[in-house]
Design a protein around this ligand. Sequence first.
Ligand SMILES: [Zn+2]
Length: 415
Amino acid sequence: MTDTACPRRDSFVMRVGWLLDGTGRPARKGVRLTVVGGVVQDLRPAAEAAPVEDLPVLDASENTVIPGLVDAHVHLFMSSAADPAVRQAQLNASYSQLRPVMRGHLAQHLAAGVVAVRDGGDYGGFALRLRREMGASPGPVQVRAAGRAWRREGRYGSLIGRPVACGRDLARAVAMEDAPGDHLKIVNSGLNSLTDFGRQTPTQFGVDELRAAVAEGLRRGRRTMVHANGSEAVRVAAEAGAHSVEHGFFMGTDNLARLADRQVVWVPTAVAMQGYLRHAGPDSREADVCRRNLEHQLEQLRVARQKGVRVALGTDAGTLGVGHGAALREEIALVMEAGYSLAEALECASLQGARLMGLGGQGVLRPGWAATLVVLPGPPTALPGSLAAPRAVLVDGLPVGPAADGGPGEGRSMP
Ligand SMILES: [Zn+2]
């Protein structure tokens, strides 16, 4: 079979109505995108004379194209269900029971344009096991998983991890891990109070102990994500050299400056508070505290933007009311409410997340980088709502969803 008879499906020219490239640059109107072998080869204004290429032409002239999205904080083993029976069952399930659940969550991510997720841990190391099992033939959504998180005995974190054994320090525990994950997850505070606004919990580990663990992780090629709410827990994480601070509620402006100085990535997970709010009784004290917590987090995001903190969007998907896939769209809307432009919010949800996960050559649509992209209906003003129904998702130039058959076709326009 010759190339002419069977052209490569991952090579094409796409006429793009609007392009948001993932760098934070505003949308460009009328772009001609050339993809060869799954890699972006050329990007130029549609009006410019283009080299003659013997490639199929896909029409996305009524569509907005963005890079494939990254959710930098999920828990694949849990669904967002409010039904206590469902949640309880997931907290007592075996790997074989959870495997289809986790695969279903990955399908939900893909349907929302999310092509990579960073898992923040579960008590059984289930997401890591799934990732290992997928091995050399992973699905279209890339998974990087922590396995079981580390926490202090008797402190918060039993759902997502295990305690450091009595008489052993954190770095030693990391050094002796039986199933090391792609990255290290350490829990360094409790949860945010839903009854007392701004109440903070003590740190679980000190700077020296955490620094030694981060160094041990790096020796094994693993970066460290630290769950930290409150000023002391975030200060400790930043000073210990954590690569990312997860949640970071009530960290305060000194810590935001610290994160900016040290280039620590912040994953604010604001939508997780929105999830709680959605399920709090109307007019309840809990609803009031959730609302104030959320407003406070958006204020911290405003400051983070001014200070140049690197922000990667993660959702904590799997927690109550935070749906896999859909939540990233909500998080994008929230950071825009906090003053980020659409292009900046998308950079946080693509390039910043890809960098944090160590996905080289992904997260931006530029020559030489992967043609991993989402085709959305309508102009950029339809975002983030249009993320609810992508017309096509391509990974390395190949259509993978939401309905691979209904992906971009030659000479066919995408509604
Ligand atoms: Zn989490």
